[in-house]
Design a protein around this ligand. Sequence first.
Ligand code: JFZ
Length: 474
Amino acid sequence: MKLNLIRFVAIVMVAVSFSSTEKVMAKNTIVPSAKNMMQQEKGQYTLSYQPQPETTERLEWFKEAKFGMFIHWGLYSNRGGIAPDGKPQKHRYTEWYQKANRLSHAEYSKLAEEFNPVKFNAEEWVQIARNAGMKYITITTKHHDGFCLFDSAYTDYDVVDATPFKRDVLMELREACDKHGLKLCYYYSHCQDWEQYHAWNTPLWIYPEHKEEPVDHEKYLSGKALPQVAELCNRYRPDGLWFDTPWFNKQKLDRPVSKRFSDLVRALRPDCLINSRVVHVSGPKPLHADLFDYLSLRDQGIPTNKLPLYAESPDSIHHSYGYDKRPNVKYRSAKILIERMIRTVAGNGNYLLNIGPTGEGEIPPQAQAELAKIGKWLKVNGEAIYGTQANPFGKVYGWGEITAKDNKLYLFPIRVNGDTIELASLETKVVKAFVLDGGQKVKVETNEDKVRITLPKNDTELPQVVILECENKQ
Ligand code: JFZ
């Protein structure tokens, strides 16, 4: 990553680094602002375990990519949040269908008999992601219900063995991603697994017949979870593993268990990324950064550029992650989604935008329509997103967001009032200022401590990007 820009904003950076040193309480201790922090990372961090040195290399493609597609797909997708009595379920996440409706494993697993997504076409999904400007896909290979979208030797509760569909969905997607140059990462719920009595947090009503048996996590770990992660690493060539929910009620996953997952992935697939939810982190607590590569933010949270590590925001096109056909479902518009992407990238993170395909294997038309608009916007404005650095100013301006690359600043006036915006002064001269879409010139006035920019009218519905090209002082 080039750091040329540091030269342009050197004055600002120095000021910022002084003020943030004041806040730093001890070496490697960071005090982030509580707002917008993920639940698990609110408060104060101690980087007591340093990131692995290889993390920088592993993150290279990821930081360049910025934008990925999250896919939640499974048995629950057939229900779309409609309870067995025909009414919308109250729990906000449709992928929690089994728990939301208190279904035992015997009852819920019957959904496998009707899982026959005849419209599923891996290449079509990959094309939709590509046309949206997404560079990777992260898909639920096993969500909390325990059902697997790959052919596993450690359970029959998978798409090949338990459904009439019988196709290895994950392998088809892996091949389509390889063919079209997308990376592919695997969401794997390593703690919660409602097929498994011995996993964490399996409610007693899921297996009424076991009730008296003491829970033995080791049975689950060595009988299903760890061997499945090995299967994924060995046969399905993940570019990343996305673990989830290492916390539940009063229990938390112990670091040594998390370490087994992390060590296994590192041993079998050294280039594979691991997200922070492999381990339980909560502030003020040590950040076990040796076990993962980047921070997964609170669901649908936006980073603030004050986090100690690179981040990823798991956002969704609607509130739920799984397909939602409840009457009150609200899809977010392309405009809102683009703004959330901009905020995330300017805050030093990747934007992972989730869609929930239907039980038939179709990406809902409304999701497709919004994704296509995002793709169109990125075709023109992608330069301001892909491979950029976060806002280098150390503060977020009221008028909007900033990213940077080489000798350029990209300004996104997404919260602007009126037609001028101001920036702290730069160390070098602005040699060119224009709107990225169309190249219209932009008026820039500079004095000792400010750069003032007069914005042309934005006739489009979507955010405008202004480029400030600075004199290169190399
Ligand atoms: C989890 C899952 O339970 C959910 O179904 C979905 O897969 C999502 C991506 O992740 O839910 C979470 C995880 C973390 C927080 C909230 C919900 N959090 O940190 O606030």
